[in-house]
Design a protein around this ligand. Structure first.
Ligand code: ASP
Length: 352
């Protein structure tokens, strides 16, 4: 392999974008307490150098450091920058594919965002965008980052007949669609895709591949990336003893959308019902998700009463990104409602 910051000398190449995270983190005392570390300390170029010998010699890599953060601090501005960079790079004939090193805390949001804004483009061009990261910092004795990075490089460059283009994530020897990511554990190596339909990388599972093709066939056009400030959308969790005040304060402050992380099937505490009618009057978009962390929230009669839509298979963080993109798109294209756009990105077949 060769890495170089000059794309002109490297054509065609794989672009490796660094955003930080634990994969680029360093622990002060890695042997004794690897979980006490700072994320986003090493540049992506350094991460590549560490695995240099194991990278196939014919792979040409160009690295680009877009940020070096702990992904708990992920901002909408950074998502916009990443989205524009990825789209531009996909359209560049010299770029074969893209690997992104990311913190695992919010890789779910980024995975969903990229799938929604450039999943179709990647599919059309037959190129892959692959997110990866790590659960242990780079200097921990059992660090999982190097193998994840190598696996992501292998997946991004594997022959097109193995799998179509699209947006993927690779962790702990497995691959999933990036739109299915959701971090389900605080420390397990497979935390980000623990609950996602996925396949071992070594032996691609045919049922996973057919789900992938069905999802690609059913998903709509790519959504536009917000040009200015993203619509303000908050997540509220329903719980025992819920009070209307939290909801009312957000409505008073001008929130544009709410994700209700409801109980069970997306149940909403009765203490909120009157305020939700106010939300409707104020034109605030409301989506009902579930705080359980898995399963589907189906549309039902409750949605009509509350003037909301249900999140389907989307977790609250992913539903929030979907609603922001839908609100943004509906502002630009008045012929469709945010509900139309939301359905375009979220209504997909439920294959497991
Ligand atoms: N806090 C870290 C981050 O998201 C966790 C990780 O990368 O696993 O950046």
């Amino acid at each position: 392999m060769s890495t170089n910051r000059n794309p002109l000398e490297q054509s065609p190449y794989i672009l490796v974008i660094g955003l930080g995270g634990t994969i680029a983190g360093l622990a002060a005392n890695p042997g004794l307490s690897p979980s006490n570390y700072k994320a986003g300390e090493l540049e992506v170029e350094t991460l590549l150098k560490k695995v240099e010998e194991a990278i196939p010699g014919d792979l040409k890599l160009v690295s680009q450091q877009l940020a070096n953060i702990d992904s708990r601090d992920l901002s909408e501005e950074l998502l916009t920058l990443l989205g524009n960079t990825v789209k531009e790079s996909l359209n560049n004939p010299d770029v074969q594919g893209i690997v992104i090193t990311h913190g695992t805390d919010t890789v779910e949001e980024t995975g969903f965002f990229l799938s929604a804004i450039c999943g179709k483009l990647a599919e059309k061009l037959g190129k892959r965008v692959v997110l990866t990261g790590a659960m242990l910092p780079a200097n921990a004795p059992q660090a999982d980052g190097p193998l994840n990075l190598l696996d992501a490089l292998k997946w991004v460059s594997s022959p097109p007949e193995n799998c179509p283009g699209g947006v993927f994530a690779v962790f702990a020897g497995r691959v999933c669609l990036a739109r299915d990511l959701s971090k389900r554990h605080t420390s397990a190596f497979n935390a980000p895709l623990m609950d996602a339909p996925c396949s071992p990388l070594g032996l691609i599972n045919p049922s996973w591949l057919s789900r992938l093709k069905a999802v690609e066939a059913a998903s709509g056009e790519d959504m536009p990336i917000p040009k200015q400030q993203w619509p303000w959308v908050e997540i509220l969790t329903s719980h025992a003893g819920a009070r209307a005040q939290a909801l009312e304060s957000l409505l008073d402050l001008g929130v544009e959308g709410l994700i209700l992380a409801g109980t069970g099937f997306g149940g909403v505490h009765k203490a909120w019902l009157a305020s939700l009618q106010q939300a409707e009057v104020k034109g605030v978009a409301v989506v009902r998700a579930s705080r359980t962390g898995a399963g589907v929230v189906q549309g039902d009669a409750m949605d009509d009463g509350l003037h909301c839509v249900s999140s389907g298979t989307l977790s609250s963080p992913r539903a929030r990104i979907a609603l922001q993109l839908a609100l943004n798109a509906a502002k630009a294209d008045k012929s469709l409602t945010w509900q139309d756009f939301f359905a375009r990105i979220t209504v997909l077949p439920e294959f497991r």
